[in-house]
Design a protein around this ligand. Structure first.
Ligand SMILES: NC(=O)c1ccc[n+]([C@@H]2O[C@H](COP(=O)([O-])OP(=O)(O)OC[C@H]3O[C@@H](n4cnc5c(N)ncnc54)[C@H](O)[C@@H]3O)[C@@H](O)[C@H]2O)c1
Length: 371
């Protein structure tokens, strides 16, 4: 097994992110030196539990852990305050003490919910992330953010809780449905744009191989994107500076998810549209050449994220942008990519947002229709 280690050195904790193939069977032995714990919980959803639960269970038992399995229904609707309560009562009912560990096996939903439960259970027990979606491997398992949704919006209650370690087994990605794959590619494309020319060129060259999920291309892409996230969160954990750059594509992305109804448009698809929108704003506000916008558009399409249906009301999207929890002092701050590896964070005026939204909805290649 060839495994790469990314080191996170953040104020709230230092930990390693291990990325490799066939890691699942070694999670127990790799986690063993990190904790004295015997009792532990495997928190997972029913889909991932079915696919990979036994492999993790066996690996933990072989390493002397005594696991309790906590499963919940797959999907964003489980990332709720209520489900967190159910989970906490389950941990307590199973007699897990302060010296136990939570293993979160699954996508971002499992990581956020399991991480949140670990953060508050007995005022905090360690969590180990075992991410199984592309999105979770390149993004959500790294950085120590945990959350649940409230009826008023996504991720409105949560905590920063750095994991003990992250074990990303690339073999798990083989069973990922196409929509989830595309969703993760949205974040991977974002990472490449933030990272620099080398990463953008590599992703362009790898696009066809990625569509076929060829191992070499997949491994390279996950390492690039996870590596970028690792570096950014090591430098700035609480999103006051460079970490804010990770929001590239998320201003319109979040607005689309909100207006379409959460769960209707996959996160990465919404982010891909958000990147296209941010490119239009960057042309307007920073005089970035349209050729760069076209390059981003082609890259997104090549990795499986062509422009989608743009049947939204621009006014509804604008309103959703102002309702986002990231709005500060009534200003919509956008991350604008100027060139690969170079960006600027700008408060964008409402009239600029409004007319760019019109332009985006009625872009000549889509005209508010399907592609
Ligand atoms: N904490 C953070 O920093 C952070 C960052 C980005 C996103 N998020 C959160 O992550 C969540 C989205 O995560 P996600 O996209 O991984 O969704 P998810 O966890 O809902 O997983 C998507 C679907 O894929 C299934 N699945 C997972 N792994 C699989 C595999 N290997 N094979 C087959 N099916 C598999 C799941 O059961 C689920 O049905 C959102 O709630 C978002 O808010 C958190």
């Amino acid at each position: 097994v060839s495994v790469e280690t990314l080191q996170i050195r953040a104020g709230s904790g230092s930990y390693d992110v291990l990325v490799g193939r066939g890691l699942l069977g070694s999670v127990g032995s790799l986690a063993r030196p990190l904790t004295q714990a015997k009792r532990c919980a495997i928190v997972t959803d029913d889909v991932v539990g079915e696919l990979y639960g036994d492999a993790l269970l066996g690996s933990l038992m072989d390493a002397g852990f005594d696991p309790t399995v906590c499963r919940f229904a797959a999907g964003e609707s489980s990332k709720s305050w209520r489900e967190a309560g159910v989970l906490l009562e389950r941990l307590s009912g199973s007699g897990l003490g302060r010296d136990s560990v939570v293993f979160a096996l699954g996508g971002g939903v499992v990581g956020d919910l399991g991480g949140f439960a670990a953060a508050v259970y007995l005022r905090g027990v360690p969590v180990v992330h075992v991410p199984t979606t592309l999105l979770a491997q390149v993004d959500s398992s790294i950085g120590g953010k945990t959350a649940v949704d409230l009826p008023m919006g996504k991720n409105l209650a949560g905590a920063f809780w750095a994991p003990l370690a992250v074990f990303a087994d690339l073999d798990c990605l083989g069973s990922l449905p196409a929509t989830e794959w595309a969703s993760g590619m949205g974040e991977a494309a974002k990472s490449a744009l933030l990272d620099g020319e080398g990463s953008v060129a590599a992703l362009e060259a790898d696009a066809a191989a990625l569509a076929a999920r060829e191992a070499t291309a997949v491994d390279r892409t996950v390492l690039m994107a996870a590596g970028l996230k690792a570096r950014v969160v090591s430098g700035d954990e609480r999103e006051a500076g460079p970490r804010e750059a990770l929001n590239l594509g998320h201003t319109l992305g979040h607005a689309i998810e909100r207006v379409a109804g959460y769960g209707t448009v996959a996160h990465g698809r919404a982010v891909a549209e958000g990147i296209r929108f941010a490119a239009m704003v960057a042309e307007d506000v920073l005089d970035v050449s349209p050729a760069y916008g076209q390059r981003q558009d082609r890259l997104l399409t090549a990795v499986g994220l062509p422009p989608g249906r743009r049947t939204y009301e621009p006014a509804a999207l604008l309103q959703a942008m102002y309702a986002d929890k990231k709005v500060r002092a009534g200003e919509v701050r956008m991350v604008l990519s100027k060139a690969p590896g170079s960006w600027e964070i700008r408060a964008v005026r409402e009239d600029v947002l409004a007319h760019t939204l019109e332009r985006w909805v009625y872009a000549p290649d889509t005209k508010g229709q399907t592609t």
